[in-house]
Design a protein around this ligand. Structure first.
Ligand SMILES: C[S@@+](CC[C@H](N)C(=O)[O-])C[C@H]1O[C@@H](n2cnc3c(N)ncnc32)[C@H](O)[C@@H]1O
Length: 296
């Protein structure tokens, strides 16, 4: 386990319940960066492979990078189920991108995908490294996959938030990079690093039953706070009571894509030491108790 709280059973729950991405996302990204079967793409913070697997179908090789070995084990399993053999999984983080660059060489990647994970990284120094790693007309895709279940505008989501806050004493205001201020900052940081940025959105509705809702919720718990398996049923019953009389929950999912593309021949990467500077903003670290930080 990496200590980020995505290990153990959380990784299993994530693989089973966390929403994937609409096909349109893959179409937009593949079209924008002109993916070919000769391309190598990195999915940084790949988790259990929600984005890595569909992207791998459009490129030559997909390298999934994540600090949580249990997430990578889930991703590997999902790839095996699809008989996908062009994926490589590496335990690592945003801070290891300079090393990856030294192994692969500058200008070798068609793109680096970051799906619902940039809020765990130091974006500014990361983009400075990535701009040297990608080929001309390649780039970085920063994708967010809808607001957290407890932070949506519908009545059930408000009730869920109240239930979690009252039951666990957590503050639930972390948006996991989905809010406008974070998006504007990511856009600015991509531009400052030398990328030309365009934005795409896909909006759709999804209807969850109680099992999917509770599964999605548990996949967002820090592993040390998960209700034990014996208490899971009672936990689901408490959620059901808090959201009654609703039993089906409509989500308005807003998927946002910030696509930063290089226009000129790739530049040398920024000094790798820059990627090791302290995080100035956007950190998802939790002070004190484990709590319920941004687990999206
Ligand atoms: C919310 S999940 C997103 C997983 C997947 N990309 C998706 O779209 O569903 C966030 C992932 O980021 C990983 N992560 C956390 N800190 C990271 C870092 N500094 N660099 C790379 N990945 C990180 C976590 O282990 C976790 O698998």
């Amino acid at each position: 386990m990496s200590g980020l709280g995505f290990g153990g059973e959380v990784a299993e729950l994530y693989a089973r319940f966390r929403r994937g991405y609409p096909t349109g996302v893959v179409d937009v990204v593949a079209g924008h960066f002109g993916f070919t079967r000769g391309d190598v793409v990195v999915d940084l913070g790949c988790g259990s492979g929600q984005l890595a697997l569909p992207i791998s179908e459009r490129v030559g090789t997909l390298i999934g990078v994540d600090p949580e070995p249990d997430m990578l084990a889930q991703a590997r399993r999902a790839a095996a189920k699809r008989d996908a053999s062009n994926l490589l999984w590496i335990v690592g983080s945003d801070r290891n991108m300079p090393e990856l660059g030294r192994v692969l060489g500058q200008g070798t990647l068609a793109a680096v995908m970051i799906g619902q994970a940039l809020h765990w990284m130091e974006a500014e120094s990361l983009f400075g490294v990535l701009v040297g790693l990608v080929r001309p007309a390649g780039g970085v895709a920063v994708i967010t996959n809808g607001a957290p279940l407890w932070l949506q505008e519908s009545g059930w989501s408000v009730a869920l938030r109240e239930f979690l806050q009252t039951s666990f004493g957590w503050r639930l205001d972390a948006t996991c990079g989905t809010d406008e201020a974070s998006q504007a900052r990511y856009r600015r940081e991509l531009t400052d690093a030398g990328f030309e940025v365009v934005e795409h959105h896909i909006d759709y509705e999804d209807v969850l039953d109680l099992d999917s809702l509770v599964g999605g919720l548990l996949s967002a718990f820090p592993v040390e706070e998960l209700p034990t398996p014996e208490r899971r049923e009672a936990f689901a019953a408490r959620v059901a009571r808090a959201l009654a009389p609703e039993t089906r929950f409509t989500e308005h999912v807003h998927v946002s894509m910030l696509l930063g593309r290089t226009t000129s021949p790739s530049r040398p990467a920024a000094d790798p030491r820059a990627a090791r500077q302290p995080r100035r903003h956007g950190s998802n670290r939790r002070p004190g108790s484990a709590g319920f930080a941004c687990r999206e």
